[in-house]
Design a protein around this ligand. Structure first.
Ligand code: HEC
Ligand code: HEC
Length: 254
């Protein structure tokens, strides 16, 4: 997709009077950050390995549960994402990227480090366990008023990579984004756009660079509203961690 596509889309959206403010788009110039390929070796190794889910469960309990929670559902309205149900290769890619410093998060960098987590086999194991966890039926929603506009933008610009329903793509390690908490989607979208998240997809960055705030709100609200297939029933608890203290809350982060 190129700028013209977004232009056409804007024209058709404005005709529907969906966004009065769609003109006056500010083009914010910035230079693309250098992309490090150093981590790809570790990534390549980990995706080829046969994963041991049982071991993944142990690793999750030892190193991840205190922040991502026993269900892996994160915390709505905070910086903690839902990771349950994320595609295995995506989790592997993100862990390899945190380790390589391509994602700017000191906490995750420490917990995904070789010393804390282990090597490619451990990455593969914990990723397989996370991918097998069902997703929350109550993820944080965005703004319902704009869902229709959001769908139009999503179908035109995002579906080709993230899938019709935001289910992601295992082969291409493109994240599943359906059913994620709205605040987290917003945070990552901004960070990918402004280069703070250095592993952003170049084509995606080009495409979203000149999104207006209403367009962003619309499309991310729509993404948060998409229902994954692997959603847990209401009230579901992860029996793997029966003894975990359910009054748990991770520390506040921005
Ligand atoms: C001390 C808290 C903490 C611990 C422990 C922790 N995480 Fe995280 N994790 C976070 C935070 C905060 C983020 C969001 C990072 C960001 O915004 O860039 C995150 C993000 C992630 C992501 C990226 C999600 C996405 O969709 O972008 C993955 C995957 C992940 N964590 C997996 C793990 C695994 C696996 C472990 C255990 C080995 C773990 N985390 C341990 C706090 C933690
Ligand atoms: C050309 C393919 C492509 C297109 C088009 C695209 N994306 Fe992405 N997107 C990606 C890839 C690849 C990543 C993961 C980058 C990485 O490795 O961290 C990503 C990451 C994301 C993330 C962060 C997910 C997470 O769990 O951390 C969000 C949110 C997102 N995209 C939303 C969108 C939306 C909304 C659109 C449409 C406006 C869009 N993307 C268009 C390829 C694309």
């Amino acid at each position: 997709m190129n700028k013209n596509t977004l232009g056409h889309l804007r024209t058709s959206l404005s005709r529907k009077n969906a966004f009065g403010l769609l003109s006056g788009i500010a083009l914010i110039g910035f230079s693309l950050p250098a992309f490090s390929h150093g981590h790809l070796v570790e990534f390549d190794q980990a995706i080829k390995l046969d994963a041991n889910i049982e071991n993944g469960k142990k690793l999750y309990k030892a190193s991840c549960i205190t922040c991502h929670g026993p269900e892996g559902w994160g915390v709505p309205g905070s910086g903690y994402p839902q990771i349950a149900g994320q595609l295995k290769n995506v989790v592997i890619k993100q862990l390899a990227d945190f380790r390589a410093g391509n994602r700017d998060n000191p906490i995750m960098r420490a917990f995904s480090s070789r010393r804390s987590l282990g090597g490619p086999q451990e990455i593969a194991d914990v990723a397989a366990y996370i991918a097998s966890m069902p997703m929350t039926p109550n993820n944080e929603q965005g703004f319902r008023l704009h869902l229709q506009e959001g769908k139009i933008i999503y179908d035109k610009l995002c579906a080709e990579c993230h899938g019709e329903q935001g289910e992601g793509d295992e082969e291409e390690h493109i994240p599943r984004i359906q059913g994620q908490h709205y605040s987290y989607l917003t945070r990552q979208f901004n960070w990918i756009r402004n280069g703070r998240r250095r592993n952003g997809d170049e084509k995606m960055i080009k495409q979203i660079r000149n999104f207006t705030p209403p367009e962003q709100v619309a499309v991310l609200s729509y993404v948060a509203s998409l229902k994954p297939e692997n959603v847990a029933p209401q009230g579901w608890r992860n029996r793997d961690f029966n003894t975990f203290d359910r009054s748990w809350r991770p520390m506040q982060i921005r």
